[in-house]
Design a protein around this ligand. Structure first.
Ligand code: KG4
Ligand code: ZN
Length: 339
């Protein structure tokens, strides 16, 4: 029989529903929101409206693909935060209605913890091994950049985090300056593949400890482009791929430098990536190379589990279900949430 959990994710601009039976993923349906593209960023009001339109059909589809009827669901897990309040409210309200109608418990999930726990999802086939506790996870998304020591499925400790922009934000904002569509990260990744990553250099932050900073890089990229355009209006057009490759190299050097330091300091050799930016091809390559030279075991999620999805909410819900951690009926979403 097993335990069946329905997961709901609505923290930003993806509406997603997924079903797990124990640790096996049965479905994971994601509806993106194209409406933000023309604004060059997520518009919160439009995001919550789109979640309202998508949530019922997305859940319906997830149940059909899983081959599960509502009566088989043991609990509904939902993203409580962090994220956009209006967007979180749609998922939270849906979970409340669903749990009340079926008489099943609700489980609140921290979106960041969920990004990390994707490493415990089983697909039902031959499985790659999961990391052993404690492991080190570089969590890199559009809103967060953190170095996390994962002690178990519930207990996680932040070693370092960004003091300003997240790595994904740095990718997206610099991609915008290069005239790439939103969200720029994946476009910049593709373009960088055609460029010379050593053509340009940009300054890196000098920050002690394990915290990150990306706002200085974004500003120095902006000023560099401005100066070059003064001499040659077509500078970006002529150098777009080399600029993308050089910028990407710099972001990855910043990320990897602290990750290597954190692994050394903690003595941990199981190292994982999580979050949307872990889809970046150069970051994946860099962590594999570091693993080869440093004797790490490295864990990289499939791209569908890197960016926002409800499979990660469902699996986190499953682990909390085992501990009997259920949410109260009057639970409210949180724009900021820590662990
Ligand atoms: O985890 P995620 O889906 O949403 C948040 O929780 O923020 O991460 C989205 C971020 C965006 O900034 C997007 O540009 C970035 O992940 N991203 C990438 C790539 N794919 C997604 N950044 C660099 N290279 C990629 N291939
Ligand atoms: Zn996310």
């Amino acid at each position: 029989m097993g335990t069946v959990i329905l997961g709901i994710e609505s923290s930003c601009d993806d509406t997603s529903a997924a079903v797990v039976r124990d640790r096996v993923l049965l479905s994971n349906v994601i509806a993106g929101q194209d409406v933000h593209r023309k604004y060059g960023g997520v518009v919160p009001e439009l995001a919550s409206r789109a979640h309202q339109q998508h949530i019922v059909p997305v859940v319906h589809q997830a149940l059909i693909e899983a081959g599960i009827s509502k009566s088989e669901i043991d609990a509904v897990a939902f993203t409580r935060g962090p994220g956009l309040l209006g967007s979180l409210l749609v998922g939270t309200s849906f979970a409340k209605g669903f749990s009340a109608a079926l008489g099943i418990p609700m489980i609140e999930v921290n979106h960041l913890q969920a990004h990390i726990l994707v490493h415990f999802i089983h697909s039902g086939g031959a499985e790659a091994p999961s990391p052993r506790f404690p492991f080190l996870c570089l969590l890199v998304s559009g809103g967060h950049t953190q170095l996390v020591v994962v002690h178990d499925h519930h207990r996680m400790e932040i070693m370092g985090k960004t003091i300003d922009d997240a790595a994904g934000e740095a990718f997206d904002k610099c991609a915008k300056l290069l005239g790439l569509p939103y969200p720029g990260g994946p476009h910049l990744d593709r373009l960088a593949g055609e460029g010379n990553m050593y053509k340009f250099s940009f300054s890196k932050p000098r920050l002690e400890g394990f915290d990150y900073s990306f706002s200085g890089l974004k500003t120095s990229f902006l000023y560099f482009l401005r100066d070059q355009i003064k001499n040659d209006e077509a500078f970006i057009e002529k150098n777009r791929a080399d600029l993308a490759a050089s910028l990407q190299r710099t972001i990855i050097e910043i990320l990897m430098n602290k990750l290597v330091k954190a692994a050394k300091k903690s003595g941990i050799r199981d190292v994982a990536l999580a979050g949307g930016v872990s889809a970046n091809s150069a970051l994946r390559k860099a962590i594999r190379e570091a693993a080869d030279t440093r004797g790490w075991r490295v864990f990289i999620p499939p791209v569908t589990y890197s960016t926002d999805n409800a499979a990660m909410i469902a699996i986190t819900g499953y682990f909390k279900f085992l501990k009997g951690e259920f949410a109260a009926e009057d639970i409210a979403p949180l724009a900021r949430m820590y662990f």
